[in-house]
Write a protein that binds this ligand. Structure first.
Ligand code: PEP
Ligand code: MN
Length: 335
């Protein structure tokens, strides 16, 4: 339930209402904009008498939120949420480009790729130290050693790090070395991991599950927000369909859908969506045109010998080309 207050409401009245709702066991989230003041009520609101609220002179109207997600919904927070990572603003109007290899393989490999994507104009570095692989016999990632390499690359290039955490036990360690914590598609509904993310203040990037609906993706964000962390970035990375030509099917409509339903930023991962390097540039351009808040792209200087996801990784010169063309679309959209 959202209570829209009148412009002239005094802070004392807001506090009084907040206390009253809390005493009924309901959580209250205040959202103040230039032209509005909203009280979002979450929890069991059955004890709340809507007629009594409407009788209050300072109340403009009461809106029932029909979505199962509340804190993540635009009804609760009409303005876009902007996530600030070392001064880089995700959701701030200008798309943010994250790039790097699927897996951190060695210091030399990561530094080479980090330097090249920086030269091409990427804003952040991606890399995996804990890898969710379909086969237990495939490369599982370098673990803490990989995190240390990424931290070193950040210190050298100034670019913040995005990396995946796969379990609650590793959360603190991954948070220590990184700037944005990725929840991978396979863990999108790992609710204990989501709750752990909620008890941190670090930005969390939640990737859409392989067969998850947009509503389920937003419910995962709700899990993190319900624990108190509002710094969430959503990521569309392709979903399972009957099509097998591509690794997954990029659901480009997830961007406008999320923009309508939620205030949270959403970025696109064309690499895991397509699974084919030749499709990454056209899909990236489409993603920018549809209004994505950013892109996350796999880049490798030697994809033929990459430890994971070589077939979908762009060589550095191809990534540079992509950046040029993506920047042209960004310019067109701005004007
Ligand atoms: C990745 O980013 O390398 C990855 C494994 O992504 P996803 O969880 O989307 O498959
Ligand atoms: Mn990958």
């Amino acid at each position: 339930m959202v209570i829209v207050m009148k412009q002239n409401v005094p802070e004392t009245e807001i506090n009084r209402l907040e206390e009253k709702f809390k005493s009924l066991g309901v959580m209250v989230h205040k959202s103040k904009g230039v032209n509005y003041y909203l009280l979002g009520l979450v929890g069991d609101t059955r004890k709340i008498d809507i007629g009594q609220i409407q009788a209050n002179n300072y109340v403009d109207k009461v809106i029932k939120v029909l979505h199962p997600f509340k804190l993540a919904s635009r009804d609760f927070h009409p303005e876009n949420t902007v996530i600030d990572v070392d001064g880089i603003k995700i959701g701030g109007g200008s798309p943010v480009i994250m790039a790097g290899p699927c897996s951190v393989e060695s210091e030399e490999q990561f530094m080479t790729i980090a330097k090249s994507v920086k030269e091409s104009g990427a804003n952040m570095l991606r890399g995996g130290a804990f890898k969710p692989r379909t086969s237990p016999y495939s490369f599982q990632g370098l673990g803490e050693e990989g995190l240390k390499i990424m931290k070193k690359a950040k210190d050298r290039t100034g670019m913040p790090i995005v990396t995946e955490v796969m379990s609650t036990e590793d959360f603190e360690m991954v948070a220590h070395y990184s700037d944005i914590i990725q929840i991978g598609a396979r863990n999108m509904q790992n609710f204990s991991l989501l709750k752990r993310c909620g008890r941190s203040k670090k930005p969390i990037m939640i990737k859409r599950g392989l067969s998850a609906t947009i509503e389920e993706l937003l419910m995962s964000a709700e899990y993190v927000m319900a624990e108190g962390n509002n710094n969430i970035i959503l990521c569309e990375r392709g979903i399972r369909t009957f099509e097998t030509y591509t690794r997954n099917t990029l659901d480009i409509s997830a961007v406008p859908a999320v923009k309508e339903l939620s205030h949270l930023p959403i970025i696109i991962d064309p690499s895991h969506a397509a699974g084919r390097w030749a499709m990454i540039k056209p899909l990236s351009k489409a993603a920018i045109a549809v209004g994505t808040d950013g892109l996350i792209i796999e880049v490798h200087h030697d994809p033929e010998n990459a430890f994971s996801d070589g077939s979908q990784s762009l060589k550095p010169h191809k990534f540079a080309e992509l950046m040029d063309e993506v920047n042209q679309i960004i310019e067109i959209i701005k004007n």
